[in-house]
Design a protein around this ligand. Structure first.
Ligand SMILES: [Zn+2]
Length: 213
């Protein structure tokens, strides 16, 4: 644990941080980061998986037994800093870990959660994905409110997002919209038929195999 430091020392430290190059700052952050210490093996943790880029450990205060923290080995504070191939790898490993919960500890489902930024509830200074095994009626609630929005507002925010991605938002024709609405209404009424193109893994199949139904 960090020792108490005086106001004077704190000012000195702040001054030092201001003078640091981006590389020095990153080194400094790494030294302060408990998750970098875990990745380096300097702090004990129950490691479930490790490769060149990521380490998966058990959360010591789990939301459910088996709750995994999937960490990048490199110190990244938030997702935008992570190169594409690394973030792709993170989510491939997340998929495997999720599968291991379904197969290995009788999870009936999993939640994979990334808090990206303080406003989103991020508390750790090191990027991580939480992989949480779930069972029906396990008492955890991740409920999203269903807000009401005008169609024009939905379209406006959609256009801004598409523009930020660099793709032009397609002007939707009213007729197209009607078709879409019909499809959605139809889908709500009837359970979706399994298509050839569907992934081989189906939640209903999994729950049947696991004896949940
Ligand atoms: Zn770190």
């Amino acid at each position: 644990m960090a020792e108490q430091i005086s106001q004077e020392q704190l000012r000195e430290l702040q001054e030092k941080i201001k003078q640091m190059s981006p590389e020095e700052l990153k080194e400094f952050q790494k030294k302060q980061c408990i998750f970098c210490q875990i990745v380096a093996g300097k702090i004990q943790a129950k490691k479930i998986y490790e490769d060149g880029n990521v380490a998966a450990i058990l959360d010591i205060n789990p939301a459910n037994p088996g709750h995994i923290l999937l960490l990048t080995k490199e110190h990244y504070s938030i997702m935008p800093q992570i190169p594409d191939d690394e973030i792709a790898h993170v989510f491939m490993v997340a998929k495997s870990l999720s599968n291991s919960m379904l197969k290995g500890i009788d999870a009936q489902g999993t939640n994979i959660i990334v808090a990206n930024g303080v406003a989103a509830g991020q508390r750790a200074q090191h990027f991580m994905a939480h992989i949480i095994p779930r069972k029906e009626n396990d008492g955890l609630r991740f409920e999203l409110p269903q807000k009401t929005m005008e169609e024009s507002e939905i379209n406006a925010v959609g256009n801004r997002l598409a523009a930020a991605l660099g793709g032009a938002a397609e002007e939707e024709k009213p007729a197209q919209r009607q078709e879409q609405k019909k499809e959605v209404a139809q889908a709500k009424k009837e359970p979706r038929q399994k298509k050839e193109s569907d992934s081989n893994i189906n939640l209903d199949d999994i729950s049947r195999i696991l004896g949940a139904k």
